[in-house]
Write a protein that binds this ligand. Sequence first.
Ligand code: UD1
Ligand code: CA
Length: 445
Amino acid sequence: MINAIILAAGKGTRMKTDLPKCAFPILEKPMIKYIMDALDKTKVDKKIVVVGYKKEVFYELLNDVYFAEQVNQLGTADAVKAALNYIDDDGISLIIPGDTPLINYEKINSLIELELSMNKDIALLTTILDNPTGYGRIIREDGKIVRIAEENDAYSDEKQIKEVNTGIMVVKNSFLKEAIHKIKNNNSKKEYYLTDLIQFASEISSIILDENDILYGINDLYALSMVEEKVRKNILKKHMLNGVNIINPNTVTIYPDVEIEDGVTIYPNSFIKGKSIIKKGAIIGPNSELNNATVLENAKVVHSVVYDSTINKNASVGPFAHVRLHTVIGESNRIGNFVEVKNSILGTNTKSSHLSYLGDSEIGNNVNIGCGSITVNYDGKAKNKTVIGDNVFVGCNSNLIAPIKIEKNAFIAAGSTITEDVEEADLAIARSKQINKKGYAKKYK
Ligand code: UD1
Ligand code: CA
């Protein structure tokens, strides 16, 4: 049995925010979820999350984990103690701080493999930093790790050491259960340091990460911003290597849970968030924001905003369109300049190219919504529905006062305010009659 103990009970005092540090979002995804996702791809059988400060936040965020409570935050060793009831006497445990979202499953797996093959008390993950300030320094004698000196307790010569503790280790349960109780808090912070476990181990194996990466362990909002930038770049790289063409990637942000197929092109200044899915041949941007949007094959979203909606194949949205709230834009639709579509379902080949509002509507195939036409869905009290059948032509600048139904093949004359249902293939005109007064223009001028 392989356990993972994730330490997330601390407040994160250096963050200077109310939210517990390990729940803080990076590209809208809580830090600890990155770790959980990485763990899901490893051999770990059981995840134990140690919570304390604002524990309810974690109860909301995480499923499929065991929660252990650390009542007072007395240090990282004390946090591990809180999890001991959940682990067996044999087997091994991965211990991982909840503020290391950049750790990936390959690194975790190699540390687990090291422990399984060497069978030492501890397998420790370290890294070399140009500026090791703030981290626990790895003290070696004859190459063997003998101790970790925390920043506040290290001697000045020890502070020169550039090899530091990532906080990530795999331990033998039998060793952990005994040694953890020997740790004392006689240090500058009066905390129980997990790093003191080292001194009780008879043998330690280690992996030194070959990257000069200061981003293990986020302690403040500055480090957080650097990690966010790194996560952002990693996501872009993954998509580009998968065949997504991203133009000027410095200006593009793709959030972690977005799925994009190869053959998609993304132009500058685009944000793609939430559980968005983008299929082959689609074009996004420039200057577009998508959140929980599904954009199917060869559809285009240009200079536009799409929230919680689906854009079907070959449809074109924008420039300057706003599509939102469970809207389905039909196949080969054209939704153009300054058009807002809310909570509406549109059929195939339908067009609304200029200056319209379509809200709470159900619109069929081959419908033409003329420039400036509006579904008048709100009467000041309730939102009402507009239904428009196939092949309807809605002339420019029409108001369709909902609830209303325009049956298929009907024709609405431009400038009409329609208040009564229109039957199949009828023509509706609802505007005042024009009078031309002979020669009056000349007289007027
Ligand atoms: C820790 C290590 C340090 C290492 C660094 C790597 C110790 C004593 N030091 O320092 O050697 O270089 O991580 O980033 O372990 N936590 C609890 N309960 C507590 C205290 C902390 O659950 O009582 C949790 C925190 O929520 C956090 C994690 O443990 O997720 C690490 O705590 P933190 O205070 O950030 O440790 P560092 O000082 O960074
Ligand atoms: Ca830390």
